[in-house]
Design a protein around this ligand. Structure first.
Ligand SMILES: [Mg+2]
Length: 365
């Protein structure tokens, strides 16, 4: 199946979800936006809608500054609610803000050079075919259980712990090394969305912490930063599974608690540790989560409905949830647009989020 086939949108399905004006646009000098799929040339995929004045201003500014965004699509379920949240967060100031982000399919592209991008877990090749096959067999057994609509969450949580622990056991038993991780990342189809570096730079400059939550492997995420960005950011911490290597660079254990899909949230903030410049470096995690203490306003970035749970454990005052809906758009748009304040479609770049945080950190007017 091609990316285009996955990204087709039926306008009659999507339009009722969007707030529309029955007559002329509220802000006549700015026409209703028409966003066109970035991958399909078909004119049948074009649709347009009108936005409230505030959101129209914001998006117009984004479009002017970042023409790249106009190649994507964005859905805002309730522009008035979004504007109110933005005003409250802006009034509280950058000192109250934190950004929470999922990694795979959120910071990274869903499509990478025309093929499905790999995840930080799936890209790993142990250099041992027998163990790669064993981990794949676990995936085939447990993944259907993970997504089953009939298994209660408590039961699923136990199953996920079982799956992650068996997988980690195989990585140790199969003799995973630093070098295998470096080679896996070098060979992988994985890349950050356009605009991610600019987002991180902006947030670093404003001293706004970013917590990346992942049920994958922190050591691989760090290696992706090293190989793809060639740098780290002092304001970013990762909450994910961390490996411990011996002097020869061979995996011997995992540190701390196991982070899986159902517990990757701020209850696990004691696992947060910075991105390390060198493989094998390790700092003590910030066990008290002081870097996010009193940061009660949140911008949450995710590509799955479950990612909304990343803010569990924070008594937040205001949260703007931004979703990246990368596939099955026609089927999932209704759920995404109800769950997230803003939904970017078609594997969109990060420019819209860059503009959002710039606006949240702008001076009060
Ligand atoms: Mg994801």
């Amino acid at each position: 199946m091609t990316p285009c086939a996955l990204q087709r949108i039926n306008p009659t399905t999507t339009l009722p979800l969007l707030r529309r004006t029955a007559t002329a646009p509220l802000f006549p000098s700015i026409p209703p936006f028409s966003f066109l799929s970035s991958t399909s040339p078909s004119p049948h995929l074009r649709f347009s809608f009108s936005l409230s004045r505030g959101v129209a201003h914001a998006l117009h500014k984004t479009r002017c500054l970042c023409s790249k965004l106009s190649m994507s699509q964005v859905v805002v379920r309730d522009p008035d609610v979004l504007e109110r949240k933005k005003a409250s967060i802006r009034d509280a100031g950058p000192g109250k803000l934190q950004v929470i982000a999922d990694f795979d399919g959120t910071l990274t592209k869903y499509w990478c050079n025309g093929v499905r991008g790999q995840t930080s877990h799936s890209l790993l090749q142990q250099g041992n075919a027998e163990y790669d096959a064993k981990r794949q067999a676990l995936y085939e057994y447990y993944h259907p259980l993970e997504i089953s609509p009939t298994i209660p969450i408590e039961e699923k949580t136990k199953l996920m712990e079982e799956w992650w622990e068996k997988t980690h056991g195989l990585l140790i038993e199969g003799g995973l090394t630093y070098d295998a991780i470096k080679k896996s990342v070098a060979d992988a189809s994985i890349t950050f969305r356009d605009g991610v570096v600019q987002l991180f730079e902006f947030l670093e400059e404003k001293d706004i912490p970013v917590v990346i939550f992942s049920a994958g492997l922190a050591d691989i995420i760090e290696e992706v930063f090293r190989q793809k960005l060639h740098r780290s950011f002092k304001n970013i911490k990762i909450v994910s599974n961390r490996m411990q290597f011996d002097e020869s660079g061979r995996l011997v254990a995992f540190k701390g608690k196991t982070i899986h899909v159902f517990n990757k949230n701020e209850h696990a903030i004691d696992m947060a540790a910075p991105i390390h410049d060198k493989f094998g470096s390790s700092d003590s995690p910030d066990v008290n989560g002081t870097f996010v203490k009193d940061r009660t306003n949140i911008v949450l970035l995710g590509d799955g409905l479950g990612d909304l749970g990343m803010s569990d454990g924070v008594s937040f005052e205001h949260r703007i949830a931004v979703g990246f809906l990368n596939s099955n758009i026609e089927k999932s748009l209704k759920d995404y647009s109800e769950a997230f304040d803003i939904v970017f479609l078609n594997d969109a770049p990060m420019w819209g989020v860059v503009d959002l945080v710039s606006e949240l950190c702008s001076m009060k007017q």
